[in-house]
Design a protein around this ligand. Structure first.
Ligand code: NAP
Length: 494
C-alpha cells in the first residue's frame, strides 16, 4: 500500500485539531491531513446531540478568540449552534480539504531514519508526517457501566453520546444512570416527555444557578456591526471564569471561604427549588465544591418535585430484562435506559492511540511508570515533533478554547523558531520537562485537590493513584502569557 507524506498529521477534527491546523496554515504549512474516526467534523459537538445539550460555559468565552460569533442565540448556546460554528470555522479557514472522516488511527511511531512519524490507519494504510498533533480530546471514550445484567436488558438503551433522534420518548418508563454535567442537562428534558423517570444517582453533583441571556436579533446585529461590544462581554466572561477557577481550585489554601460561599449558594439553590428535606439531603454533595466539575441549571432540582420523577440513591444491584433492581431491593419497571455515565479519561485515553517515540518509548507506558507529565501540557521528551493537546497539565480554565488558545500560541513560537533556525525536528529537553512538572506539583499544593475534601467526589479529574494531573493549575491569563516567553532553549532543535 502507498505511503502518503504530509507536513503534519492531526488526529481529531474537533476544535483542538482545527485550531492546530489554522496555526500550521499561518506558519505556512499546507500539506496537512486531519483524521477523524467520526463521519463529520466538530468532535464532541458532532457526537453529542442529546436533548437539552447546551454549552456549559458562556459562548462568548467558548469560541476561538480570533473568530467571534455574533450570532449565538444565547449566552449558553445550544449544542447545535456549536456544531454550526465548527462548520463555519472549517469553511472560513478552508480546513475541510485536509479532513478525512471514518478514518481510525491505530497508532503512531517515530521513525528515526526518516525523521518522520508513521501513522497507521485501520485498514492497513500508513501515512508519514514531519509533525504529529494529537487532538483527540479528554472526553472522547464514552464509558459504559459494568452493571450485572445490562446486556440482557430487553428495552431500548440510549447512550448520551449515540443519541437516537428517531426514538420517541413520549409515554416511556425510563431510567437514567448518571448525574454528571450530561445527566443534569438531560434529566429535565427527559422528564418533559416520559411517563415515568427514575434517576439513579451514585454521587450528587454541585448544581449552581445559571444566569443565562437570550441574544435576540438586535443584540446579534449589535455584535456583528460593533464587534467591540461582544468583545467586552467576552472579556467579562473570560475574567469571571478565570478568577473563579483560580480562586476556587488553585488557591484553595488562601481562599477556602470562597468555596464555602459557593457551597452555600448551591445549598440555597437547592432549598429554593425543593421543599422535601429528605430529597434535598439526597441531592446534597458530600465533598468540597471544586473537586469535581460543578454544573449550572435552573431546572434540574425542580424536576425532582414532579410526581413521575423518582430519585434512587441506594445503588443498582442488577438490571433485568424489564427493569432495574436497586440494592435496597426496589425494582422499577423500565422500557428505556439512558446512559449518561461519562468517559474513560485515563486508561483508554491518555494517550488515545498507542504512540511510540525515540528508542521505542511507549507514551502510555512511560506516563504510567513515571507519572503523567508533559512540558507545558504539550510536548514530551523522546517524542520529537509531536504535540499532544489533551495531555497531563494541559487543561486550563473551564472552556476548552482557553487550552486551544495557549497551545496555538505555543506552537507559533516553537514552530517559528524551528523555521528561523532551519531545523527539522524539535524535542523538549528532560531538564525543561522535569522543571515544568516540579512547578505544576508545587502549584497543586495550594489546590482544592490537595487540601479539600474530595474523598467522596468520584471525580474523573483524579486518576486511580489519587493524583489530579489533567489541569494546569494556573490562571488562563498566565498560561497564555507564558507562551510568548517560554525559553526556546527548553527545546533541542536539530
Ligand atoms: P461525568 O461527569 O463523568 O458523569 C458520569 C455520571 O455517571 C456520574 O454521575 C457517575 O457517577 C455516573 N456513573 C458512571 N458509571 C456508573 C455506574 N456504573 N453506576 C452508577 N453511576 C455511574 O460525565 P458527563 O456527565 O458526561 O460529563 C463529563 C464532562 O463532559 C463534564 O465534566 C464536562 O466537562 C463535559 N460536559 C460538558 C457539557 C457541556 O458543555 N454542555 C455537557 C456535558 C458534559 P459517579 O459520579 O458516582 O462516578
Amino acid at each position: 500500500m502507498s505511503t502518503e507524506q504530509f507536513d503534519a498529521v492531526i488526529v481529531g477534527a474537533g476544535f483542538g485539531g482545527m485550531g492546530a491546523a489554522i496555526q500550521l496554515n499561518r506558519l505556512g504549512y499546507r500539506n496537512i491531513a486531519i483524521l477523524d474516526r467520526e463521519d463529520d467534523l466538530g468532535g464532541t459537538w458532532h457526537v453529542n446531540r442529546y436533548p437539552g445539550l447546551t454549552v456549559d460555559v458562556p459562548s462568548t468565552t467558548y469560541s476561538y478568540w480570533f473568530e467571534p460569533n455574533p450570532y449565538w442565540s444565547r449566552l449558553y448556546a445550544p449544542g447545535a449552534e456549536l456544531k454550526s460554528y465548527a462548520e463555519h470555522v472549517a469553511d472560513k479557514y478552508d480546513l475541510r480539504r485536509y479532513m478525512r472522516f471514518n478514518t481510525t488511527v491505530e497508532g503512531a511511531r517515530w521513525d528515526e531514519e526518516s525523521q518522520t512519524w508513521q501513522v497507521s490507519l485501520q485498514g492497513g494504510q500508513t501515512l508519514r508526517a514531519q509533525f504529529l498533533i494529537l487532538a483527540t480530546g479528554y472526553l472522547c471514550q464514552p464509558k459504559k457501566p459494568d452493571i450485572p445484567g445490562i446486556e440482557d436488558f430487553a428495552g431500548t438503551v440510549l447512550h448520551a453520546q449515540e443519541w437516537n433522534d428517531d426514538y420517541a420518548l413520549r409515554g416511556r418508563k425510563a431510567a437514567i444512570i448518571g448525574t454528571g454535567s450530561t445527566g443534569v442537562q438531560l434529566i429535565p428534558k427527559l422528564a418533559e416527555d416520559v411517563a415515568e423517570l427514575t434517576v439513579y444517582q451514585r454521587t450528587p453533583i454541585w448544581v449552581m444557578p445559571k444566569f443565562d441571556l437570550a441574544f435576540g436579533p438586535a443584540a446579534q446585529r449589535l455584535f456583528a456591526r460593533f464587534p467591540v461590544t461582544q468583545q467586552l462581554l467576552r472579556r467579562s466572561s473570560d475574567l469571571f471564569l478565570d478568577i473563579m477557577v483560580t480562586i476556587a481550585m488553585w488557591k484553595f489554601r488562601q481562599f477556602r471561604p470562597v468555596n464555602t460561599a459557593a457551597a452555600r449558594i448551591g445549598a440555597l439553590h437547592r432549598f429554593l427549588a425543593i421543599r422535601d428535606k429528605e430529597l434535598r439531603r439526597k441531592l446534597t454533595p458530600n465533598y468540597d465544591f471544586g473537586c469535581k466539575r460543578p454544573t449550572l441549571s435552573n431546572v434540574y432540582y425542580r424536576t425532582f418535585n414532579k410526581p413521575h420523577v423518582h430519585l434512587e440513591t441506594a445503588g443498582i444491584e442488577r438490571i433485568e430484562p424489564d427493569g432495574i433492581v436497586g440494592r435496597d431491593g426496589v425494582k422499577r419497571a423500565v422500557d428505556t435506559l439512558v446512559l449518561a455515565t461519562g468517559f474513560d479519561v485515563w486508561e483508554s485515553n491518555l494517550p488515545a492511540i498507542p504512540v511510540i517515540g525515540r528508542q521505542g518509548r511507549d507514551l502510555g507506558k512511560w506516563w504510567r511508570e513515571n507519572r503523567f507529565q508533559a512540558y507545558e501540557g504539550m510536548t514530551v521528551p523522546m517524542f520529537p515533533n509531536m504535540v499532544t493537546q489533551a495531555s497531563p497539565y494541559a487543561w486550563v480554565g473551564m472552556s476548552w478554547f482557553d487550552t486551544v488558545e495557549y497551545q496555538m500560541r505555543h506552537m507559533k513560537r516553537l514552530f517559528g523558531e524551528l523555521q528561523r533556525t532551519g531545523g527539522r525536528t524539535f524535542e523538549v529537553t528532560e531538564e525543561a520537562n522535569d522543571r515544568f512538572l516540579d512547578r505544576m506539583l508545587t502549584l497543586l499544593d495550594d489546590s482544592v485537590f490537595r487540601l479539600g475534601d474530595c474523598t467522596n467526589s468520584r471525580s474523573y479529574w483524579f486518576n486511580s493513584s489519587g493524583e489530579a494531573p489533567l489541569f494546569r493549575p494556573t490562571s488562563i491569563r498566565q498560561a497564555v502569557k507564558e507562551q510568548e516567553h517560554f525559553p526556546l532553549t527548553d527545546y533541542q532543535i536539530a
